[in-house]
Design a protein around this ligand. Structure first.
Ligand code: SF4
Ligand code: SF4
Length: 258
């Protein structure tokens, strides 16, 4: 990242930004993420961290890393692009899910698109998935575990997940089993002064998180300093995503993203 912070530890800087944001009322925070695709090495550290943090079962992966080839030979570029729910400001998933399961999804004042596990049924998941223009943003927890109980189910599968400030245990057919699940910018962590798990584990320092409404935050400065090298996926669909991507070829990336 070309930033004013090249001599400082970006995790320390983002943590300070986070502390400052938490001093403000929630409706004056504006959470966003920026990924520098030039720094991603597809190590999948963020993917594993997310699975561990949120105790995700088989088939549910809030974050993936897409390996995309852009252009035509000889003008070809390969881009490694971590993807999670884009926390869209104009999110078509919300109305679609709420039509079939009222109250199952909401847009929070701080920008996060949140799910109510107790209302977000399979029908809500199907509606949200159909409406969402992004691949691999929403998932359905069908109750599977990595182990089948023979030998005994492992402790890592039955410990609680603290999503949305609750303690959810996947031991029975209770939420979040049989619910729509997706990235929530690690709300339970950020509201307790910790950065999202995928951010803290990114060895390439490719993922930045913070409060866009704070002009002194790293994310705000990063987007400003890289103007012209920033893109958002499927922006033309009017979804206004809150995940930004830094790339040397934003036009190419925009035109050919799957
Ligand atoms: S990425 Fe998809 S699921 Fe996430 S807020 Fe946007 S439309 Fe909704
Ligand atoms: S912000 Fe949290 S929930 Fe979202 S992809 Fe990163 S680790 Fe997963």
């Amino acid at each position: 990242m070309t930033t004013t912070t090249e001599t400082e530890n970006i995790l320390v800087r983002m943590h300070q930004d986070l502390q400052r944001a938490l001093q403000k009322p929630a409706n004056r925070r504006s959470w966003a993420m920026a990924v520098d695709t030039r720094k991603c090495i597809a190590c999948y550290g963020c993917v594993i961290a997310c699975i561990a943090e949120n105790v995700l079962p088989p088939g549910v992966t809030y974050r993936t890393v897409l390996d995309i080839e852009l252009g035509k030979y000889p003008n070809v570029e390969r881009i490694l692009k971590p993807m999670n729910c884009q926390q869209c400001d104009n999110a078509p998933c919300i109305a679609a899910a709420n039509d079939v399961a009222p109250g199952s999804m909401e847009k929070r004042p701080d920008g996060v698109v949140a799910v109510d596990y107790e209302r977000a049924t399979k029908a809500a998941f199907e509606a949200a998935q159909k409406a969402c223009p992004y691949k691999r943003a929403v998932y359905f927890d069908d109750g599977r575990f990595y182990t089948d109980g023979t030998p005994a189910r492992q402790a890592y599968e039955t410990r609680p997940s603290f999503e949305y400030g609750r303690a959810w245990t996947r031991t029975a057919a209770k939420p979040p089993v049989n619910s729509l699940r997706k990235c929530h910018f690690c709300l339970h962590r950020i509201e307790n002064g910790e950065l999202p798990a995928c951010v803290t584990t990114c060895i390439g320092e490719a993922t930045c998180f913070g409060d866009l409404s704070d002009p002194n935050s790293l994310i705000a400065q990063l987007l400003k300093e890289n103007r012209g090298k920033v893109m958002r996926v499927n922006e033309s669909k009017g979804t206004q995503p809150r995940v930004y991507y830094l790339t040397d070829t934003p036009v190419l990336c925009k035109s050919q993203h799957p």
